[in-house]
Design a binder for this molecule. Structure first.
Ligand SMILES: Nc1ncnc2c1ncn2[C@@H]1O[C@H](COP(=O)(O)OP(=O)(O)O)[C@@H](O)[C@H]1O
Ligand SMILES: [Mg+2]
Length: 253
């Protein structure tokens, strides 16, 4: 295992107005691993994953304390370049959310905003990203089709391709398969297993089989705390905390 975590979170607290949603969370996330967040609805998984690329900055009345370091640098420092941060730390959401544009323009969007204009260069990035997202063969003959006209499972892989097109280092995925059918879900799980060769992946899932299938490490969240973090194998076979055991054995949540 690598020694230096890719992301190091220390004593992270987050309030929505007066409501404290995260109560001092610590977590190390390692490079080229899949880290899963599990826990019952409302325990702070989405809130926490969004702190990793400062998506909560977009929510009103949010207050954050503590540190989140990416490669040893605190991303909450005033001088952080948010565009660069979100280029390095990309995100895929629960509901596929392609832009109402062609498949090609969805994937080319990020590279274009970062100044790439040459058609041949964009073509290359679009193809590479769609291949990485395991959807090239399905869409290569109609890249000009509106991305909203394809199936939900395909839309989600377009969103993954869109995230990969700017060459991120970390990919955050918040319940990326919860709106998808079982076949599309299996495709995304296979894809995640592939992508971890090149990327650091953080994935929220309320599907425990999914966490145990795809992740290397698992963090169990409860009421705005991380109760336990360990290898996925340990969490699912021999957790240290009673609350984790109760949750994974289906006694609540
Ligand atoms: N924008 C918001 N404003 C106020 N409260 C919020 C907001 N988003 C989430 N919360 C609250 O924060 C808590 C954690 O929510 P969330 O992070 O979405 O949990 P999870 O993803 O684990 O289901 C919940 O009590 C939720 O109601
Ligand atoms: Mg959530």
């Amino acid at each position: 295992m690598s020694t230096q975590p890719k992301i190091k979170v220390e004593n992270l607290k987050l309030w929505y107005g007066d409501f404290e949603a995260l109560h001092g969370v610590d977590l190390d996330i390692y490079e080229k691993e899949v880290t899963a967040f599990i826990g019952p609805s409302g325990c702070g998984k989405s809130t926490f994953i969004k702190t990793l690329n400062r998506m909560n900055d977009l929510v009103e009345n949010v207050k954050i304390e503590g540190t989140v370091e990416l490669d040893g640098k605190d991303i909450y420092k005033k001088k952080t370049d948010l565009n660069l941060l979100r280029k390095k730390v990309g995100m895929v959401f629960q509901q596929p959310n392609p832009f109402p544009k062609s498949i090609y323009d969805n994937v080319a969007y990020g590279p274009r905003t970062h100044g790439i204009k040459k058609k041949s260069e964009l073509d290359e990035i679009v193809e590479k990203s769609l291949r990485q997202a395991a959807i090239w063969d399905e869409v290569k003959d109609h890249l000009d089709r509106n991305a909203l006209s394809i199936s939900g499972g395909q839309q989600q892989r377009i969103c993954i391709a869109r995230a990969l097109a700017v060459e991120p280092e970390v990919l955050l995925m918040d319940e990326p398969t919860s709106a998808l059918d079982p076949i599309s879900t299996a495709k995304i799980e296979e894809l995640v297993a592939q992508l971890k060769n090149d990327y650091t992946i953080v994935m929220v899932t309320h599907n425990m089989q999914q966490a145990s299938r795809v992740s290397d490490r698992t963090a169990f969240f409860l009421n705005g705390h991380i109760i336990e973090t360990d290898t996925t194998r340990k969490i699912f076979t021999n957790p240290s905390e009673k609350e984790t055991e109760n949750y994974i054995s289906g006694r609540f949540g």
